[in-house]
Structure formats: structure tokens, C-alpha cells
Design a protein around this ligand. Structure first.
Ligand SMILES: Nc1ncnc2c1ncn2[C@@H]1O[C@H](COP(=O)(O)OP(=O)(O)OP(=O)(O)O)[C@@H](O)[C@H]1O
Ligand SMILES: [Mg+2]
Length: 244
């Protein structure tokens, strides 16, 4: 493989004196399901914000299929082919499930309109387990169902890269199993995914490879089983009270 699908090259993000992402580099291959882990406050969400364009890096490059995207407006990066879900679910509560997903189809990489967008939205809602509930206002739906909608909306843009920020957080054990299966299926269909996650069982079972951040710095990058057994990684997590 000559050009990786996504290349993060010495990316830095400072908020005043706080360096949230400290010259981090890693690559993501086409079709890979990469885990991005680290204790609370280690810079994971900031990294996703830099890739999706919600934030501009202080320095460094981000290349999607060799094309520089760092610092472009979020809507431009979405158009080029990056979609995401948010750590705190963001859906349009007054709109129905299907309307939320249509919004993803219209504004993303795909740019479908009208009937085509609607057909795709219904298909994706069925795929995430919401068949028959397409017309319900999102405000009346449970947390996991809102998460399903957010995932369907991200997929509706047919992104080259899908960014999941703790998509599995807050699910009960049976929902977690369903959620993991869903991510596995989406990955098996060839979608390239970066998943930020605190649920280590999910990382172990879904991600062949993971990148670990601690205080803004990348401290490990490799096969999940060995990375998770790395003493430096274990030490970083032991200092973190919030991790389960
Ligand atoms: N917009 C911002 N302005 C100032 N500081 C910020 C901003 N966003 C994040 N930070 C800080 O940057 C650091 C990294 O935050 P970030 O949200 O990326 O961590 P995280 O790894 O996603 O943590 P968690 O696991 O708790 O979600 C934290 O110290 C946070 O307070
Ligand atoms: Mg976060």
C-alpha cells in the first residue's frame, strides 16, 4: 500500500498553554478498524475534532488519500468523506428518525436528494435496528435508539472514514453486545473506522490494532492484545479513576 487512507502527521493542538494533542502521528489503512484509547483528558476527542475539522491543528498535517484536509472547514471535510458521531449524542430532537438520517445523506460525501436520500435513510435505519420506527420524533426515543440514529446519519454520507467517539458508552450489557455486533458488521462491509472507546472488551474483540494516547502524547501503537498488555499503557490507565 503506497498511500494510507488517512495519515496523521505530527499533529499538534494547543489550547493556550495546554497541549491537548502533542505532535501525534499515525496512519490508518483502507478498511481498517482502529481503536483510539487513553485515559480521560488524553486528547482523543480533540484528535477526532482535528480530523473532522471541528478544530484546526496548531501544526502538523492530516492527509486523506494523500489530500491535505487539516484546517479545512468541517462541512468541507464532511464533503470530502469524513463522518462522525459525538461523545454526547447530537441529533435533531424535533425531527423524526428518518429526517435525521436524510440530513446526513444530503450534507455529506454522498449528496443524495429527495427519494434517493429517503430510500437510503430507511435502509440504514433498518440496518441499525430501527425498522418500523422511522417516523418517530427523535426526542421520544431512548438513548440507544438516538445513538443508532446518529450512526445511521453518519453512514448516510457514505464516508471514506467513520469516526466514533465512545459510541458504545452508556449502553447496558445486552445493548453493548448489539452495538459491538453493529460496528463489526459495518467494518466487515469495508468501511474504515476509528473508534474512541473506554470499553476495553470492545477494543480487544473489534480492533486488531489500537493507538494509545496519554496527556496528549501517543504512547503506543500496534496489535491491540500486545498494546493492552504494555506496562506503560497499563500504568496510564491505573492512574485514571474513571476507567472501568
Ligand atoms: N475547546 C477546548 N478548549 C480548551 N481545552 C480543551 C478544549 N477541548 C479539550 N480541551 C482540553 O484538552 C484535553 C483533552 O481533552 P479531550 O476531550 O480531547 O480528551 P479525551 O481523551 O477525549 O477525554 P475523555 O475520555 O474524558 O472523553 C483536556 O485537558 C481538555 O480539558
Ligand atoms: Mg472524549
Amino acid at each position: 500500500m503506497s498511500v494510507p487512507l488517512l495519515a496523521i502527521d505530527r499533529v499538534r493542538k494547543a489550547f493556550g498553554g495546554l497541549v491537548a494533542v502533542n505532535d501525534v502521528s499515525f496512519e490508518v489503512a483502507q478498511g481498517e478498524l482502529l481503536g483510539l484509547i487513553g485515559p480521560n483528558g488524553s486528547g482523543k476527542t480533540t484528535m477526532l475534532n482535528l480530523i473532522s475539522g471541528a478544530l484546526s491543528p496548531t501544526s502538523g498535517n492530516i492527509l486523506l488519500s494523500g489530500q491535505p484536509i487539516a484546517g479545512l472547514a468541517a462541512h468541507k471535510i464532511a464533503r470530502i468523506g469524513v463522518a462522525r458521531t459525538f461523545q454526547l449524542v447530537r441529533v435533531l430532537p424535533s425531527m423524526s428518525a428518518v429526517e435525521n438520517v436524510v440530513a446526513g445523506a444530503v450534507f455529506g460525501h454522498n449528496r443524495l436528494w429527495g427519494g434517493e436520500a429517503l430510500t437510503l435513510a430507511r435502509e440504514l435505519l433498518a440496518r441499525v435496528g430501527l425498522k418500523g420506527r422511522e417516523e418517530i420524533p427523535v426526542a421520544a426515543m431512548t438513548y440507544i435508539d438516538q445513538k443508532r440514529i446518529e450512526l445511521a446519519r453518519a453512514l448516510a454520507s457514505n464516508p471514506h472514514v467513520l469516526l466514533l467517539d465512545e459510541w458504545l458508552a452508556g449502553l447496558n450489557p445486552s445493548e453493548l453486545r448489539i452495538g459491538m455486533e453493529l460496528i463489526r458488521e459495518i467494518s466487515a462491509q469495508g468501511r474504515t473506522i476509528i473508534m474512541v472507546e473506554h470499553v476495553m472488551d470492545a477494543i480487544r474483540s473489534l480492533c486488531q490494532r489500537c493507538v494509545v494516547m496519554n496527556s496528549g502524547t501517543k504512547i503506543a501503537d500496534g496489535i491491540s492484545a500486545s498494546v493492552l498488555a504494555d506496562p506503560e499503557v497499563v500504568r496510564a490507565y491505573l492512574g485514571d479513576d474513571d476507567d472501568a
